[in-house]
Design a binder for this molecule. Structure first.
Ligand SMILES: *[C@@H]1O[C@H](CO)[C@@H](O)[C@H](O)[C@H]1NC(C)=O
Ligand SMILES: *[C@@H]1O[C@H](CO)[C@@H](O)[C@H](O)[C@H]1NC(C)=O
Ligand SMILES: *[C@@H]1O[C@H](CO)[C@@H](O)[C@H](O)[C@H]1NC(C)=O
Length: 507
């Protein structure tokens, strides 16, 4: 069969808030030779290519414009086969139509065939000269649409990066101290003015720290709950804020991919596999990993037989709490309301506990800090002798509003704790669930997906050479174009199916 490639050159790009999609820049597969004692500076040095260069611009007209920019196929061919790569070159221009000469734009890209419920994210590489290579893998035959979204022009990314400086406070945390009927409140932060008396909450070994202003009469030990609120105002200029509110689609393409070749077969999913990008694709709404065999763990029977006899520790944020909520649907019986701190599931002969990570926690709800400790400490105290223990760690969303160093330090402490746990208990399974994308309506200065993108790069760097399993929720949510901090159930179901594909033989 002959298939035509239909190359529709840039009809004017559409600028809007349409949900379109992608993946991000050079998530390079790491070379693995980073020493065990990686430092915060090592990781920051590795990420430096992702940080925007400082460029000066006088008017919004000088900034990157999706509608003025062009994308073309790098090596046009008469036909495209399943399993092959598809490379596009995006040449960025400003609003005056002039070629940009530096990189730093944040672009997400994906291919999709809505009728087949098929989609996959693309890998965007910044060539640092105003051009970007966007690489897709053609995973299925049929008409394939290419969509790319300029999430932020480089000038907005630069502003985001500037505002991530440790001295800027974007979230205000309030601690409530309680003893008997007495209640007092005070502000809590990573760095408070040390001229006031402070309650300092430190983990000396790990260099983790936050503090609260000492309440008028209650002792520091009486801290009970914490709430947070966005600080008013913005650290950005009016023009920068304006740039952050616009989203533009780059030109779309359509082409046909044919089954003139096949995808390479993959083997069992095992911890320590290098997670490729793209990490897989959806077909009929089911996710298939690009580097190992994902089983169809969607029925109560296949799920429960895999969970049986194991003890699960879901640690981190609400996106991994969603896994537990989803798994509970397959159990009979009533388990009461979900607890924010710990939940145990014993009737189905497996145990699942969820524990939120320590400060910072961004929520309007009250979070108990009394029971909070760092995940690294939790891992140190796991009793793993008796049962088959499975740990899933999910961190990131609550860190987007703080300096990147804070997040990297947390990751490095997790890395050390994982290595200690694996030395003590080589049979314990450990998984890293990467951050997924979130609402485009999220307040961008604090919560932009660019922050999530950088943080995922940091996670790949810090955990990439360990014997852990990755669940690349970023890739899945970019491919599925979800933009939801709590993805819908079919996404969660696929995340869990990837996870179970490591633990059990495919049903
Ligand atoms: C940027 O670099 C790439 C790769 O070296 C090259 O193909 C492309 O033409 C360059 N773009 C510009 C605008 O110079
Ligand atoms: C709470 O108040 C009681 C009575 O004043 C006091 O004895 C106790 O030490 C306080 N608890 C803490 C944790 O400060
Ligand atoms: C759990 O295990 C016990 C003992 O092995 C068994 O009697 C019971 O039926 C199991 N329950 C479920 C729900 O599988």
């Amino acid at each position: 069969t002959i298939f035509r490639g239909i190359f529709m050159h840039i009809l004017a790009a559409v600028c809007s808030f349409r949900k379109l999609f992608t993946i991000s820049a050079t998530r390079s597969v790491n070379s693995g030779s980073f020493f065990e004692e990686m430092t915060v500076d090592d990781v920051m040095f590795f990420l430096r290519w992702e940080f925007p260069m400082v460029s000066h611009w006088a008017s919004v007209k000088d900034t990157s414009s999706a509608s003025k920019s062009a994308a073309s196929l790098e090596h046009p061919k008469p036909r495209y086969c399943v399993g092959e790569n598809l490379d596009l070159l995006v040449e960025m221009r400003d609003h005056k139509g002039q070629l940009k000469r530096h990189g730093g734009d944040f672009i997400l890209a994906w291919i999709h065939s809505p009728k087949l419920q098929a989609s996959a994210a693309g890998l965007v590489t910044d060539l640092h000269n105003g051009s970007y290579r966007v690489r897709f893998t053609l995973f299925w035959p049929g008409e394939v649409k290419v969509s790319m979204l300029l999430m932020h022009p480089s000038e907005a990314v630069q502003a985001l990066w500037r505002s991530r400086h440790p001295k800027y406070k974007k979230i205000k945390h309030t601690g409530t101290f309680v003893n008997g009927t007495k209640v007092e409140k005070s502000e809590c932060e990573f760095h408070l003015d040390t001229n006031h008396p402070l309650c300092e909450y430190k983990d000396e070994r790990d260099g983790e720290y936050y503090s609260c202003y000492k309440p008028p009469s209650l002792s520091c030990d009486t801290i009970d709950i914490m709430t947070s609120a966005n600080t008013p105002g913005s650290l950005l200029t009016t023009d920068e804020q304006l740039l952050l509110t616009s989203l533009c689609n780059l030109p779309e393409f359509t082409l046909v991919s044919s089954s003139c070749s096949n995808l390479k077969p993959t083997g069992k999913c095992i911890p320590g596999m290098k997670p490729l990008i793209p990490s897989g694709h959806f077909f009929k709404n089911v996710w298939y990993s690009s580097y190992c065999e994902t089983g169809s763990f969607f029925s109560a029977e296949s799920i429960n037989s895999c969970l049986k006899g194991k003890r699960f520790y879901f640690m981190g944020d609400s996106t991994v709490h969603q896994w537990m909520q989803y798994l509970r649907k397959f159990q009979k019986g009533n388990y009461g309301s979900l607890q924010m701190i710990i939940h145990t599931e014993q009737d189905a002969n497996y145990t699942a506990l969820w524990k939120h990570h320590n400060f910072p926690w961004i929520t309007k709800n009250k979070v108990r800090v009394k029971m909070a400790q760092y995940i690294s400490r939790d891992l140190d105290s796991l009793e793993v002798e008796r049962e088959e223990a499975v740990v899933v760690i999910s961190v990131g969303q609550h860190f987007r509003a703080y300096s990147l160093e804070v997040f990297v330090r947390r990751l490095l402490n997790l890395r050390k704790a994982i290595l200690r746990l694996q030395a003590r208990s080589p049979g314990t399974w450990i998984f890293i669930k990467l951050e997924n994308t979130r609402e485009l309506s999220s307040e961008q200065e604090r919560f932009s997906d660019w922050h999530g993108h950088i943080q995922n790069l940091a996670q790949r760097k810090v955990f990439g050479d360990l014997k852990v399993g990755f669940v690349d929720a970023w890739d899945m949510t970019v491919a599925a174009n979800t933009f939801a901090i709590h993805p819908k159930e079919h996404i969660v179901a696929n995340e869990v199916a990837v996870f179970l594909s490591y633990l059990c033989r495919a049903p």
